[in-house]
Every structure is written in structure tokens, then in C-alpha cells.
Design a binder for this molecule. Sequence first.
Ligand SMILES: N[C@@H](CCC(=O)N[C@@H](CS)C(=O)NCC(=O)O)C(=O)O
Length: 209
Amino acid sequence: MKIYYARGACSLSNRIALHEAGLAFAEESVDLKSGITETGRDFRELNPKGYVPLLVLDDGRTVTENIAVLSLIAERTPHLLPDGELGRIRMLEALSFISSELHIAFKPFFHRASEHEREIARSRIAGLLRTLTDEMTDDFLLGGHFTVADAYLFVILTWARKFEVFVSPRLADYFERIEARPSVRRSLREEGFEPTGSEASSGLQAASA
Ligand SMILES: N[C@@H](CCC(=O)N[C@@H](CS)C(=O)NCC(=O)O)C(=O)O
């Protein structure tokens, strides 16, 4: 399979999940401003939606939308799913919250917005992160082991740090634990970031969302 990604964007969560899964993959970066891929292709010809992630399976079928891409990786790697009868549902619940509430709330930072609008966004994101923290009862977002939802939340937290959103000490600890994972350190390195602690990630260059 092949992943089309942009540096530090939500597609970083796919890279982390793929490394956690131990799945081999090819990759190609996309310049989201010009819409041109690393090999000079018009990205919209590959994904008319124009955004990453785009996953291309070995048979040529494509999967877009981060929730779908992360779900596919988890389906192929059951240890990346939460435990329990409702494991898949809990995964979808968390991914949906992260995508449709948290990810979207960063829009003012990726597009032209006034400082006032950014301040409102900071407060909204901090509230949404609190909601997630309140629901966490274990070391990871959905229990006692790493799932694809942790990969997505980690990327969200890199943006939170970059854009100076308040992160509770509990989530800051969580961030550092996730960042220390070999899959995450490898992923950060592969996208050209130095995973040397939380400061490195605060410099993550988030793509437009
Ligand atoms: N609904 C999409 C949104 C993905 C998205 O926002 N991707 C950003 C990077 S994190 C992007 O490629 N933005 C460029 C654009 O929208 O033109 C998903 O969940 O996968």
C-alpha cells in the first residue's frame, strides 16, 4: 500500500499506525499549497478531494478520510483496536470525535483568521481535550494499550502545542509517553522532525487542514 501525506499533517497518524502495525508501505508527499506530489503529479487526479491522507491499496483501490484509513489499518491489525465487544464502536466513536470536533476546531490556525478567532478556537479545543481527558481511565485513550485513536490524538496534540492551546498536565504526560514510542519517534524522524521531547513536536509544521 502507499500513503500520500503532508509533513506534520493528520496523515502523520497513518504513518504512526502503519509502523505500530508493522505493515510495509510506500509513501509520497504532497505539497498542499500547489497540489503537486513529490513526483510531480497533480494530486487531485489521485484524490479529487485534494487533501491528505490518501491510501492506495496494492490493487489500486483508494481510501480517503482519516477515520476510514485508520480503521482499515486497525482492521488489519487487531491489536490496534480497543478491547471488548464494543471495541470497534469505541474506536469509531473516538476517531469521529477527534476528526469532526477536534481536528475541525483547528481551522482558524490553518486559514486566515483574526487573533480573536484563534483565541476562541484555543478555548474550544482546550474544552474538547478536557472532554477526552475526562473519559480516559487508563494510560491510553481507549484503555490499557495503544490504538489508532492514540495515533490521531498524538497529532492533534502536536498542533495544540504549536498553536499554544492549553494542555492539561495529564495530557502532557500522555503526549510524552506516546512520543517516546519507537513508532512515533521513527515517524517524526521520517517527516524530518527531531523527536527529542515535547519541544521538538511543538515545532511541528502542521499542514493546512
Ligand atoms: N475530512 C478529511 C480532512 C483531511 C484534512 O483536513 N487534511 C488536511 C491535512 S491535516 C489537508 O490535506 N488539507 C489541505 C486541503 O484541505 O486543501 C479527513 O478526515 O481525512
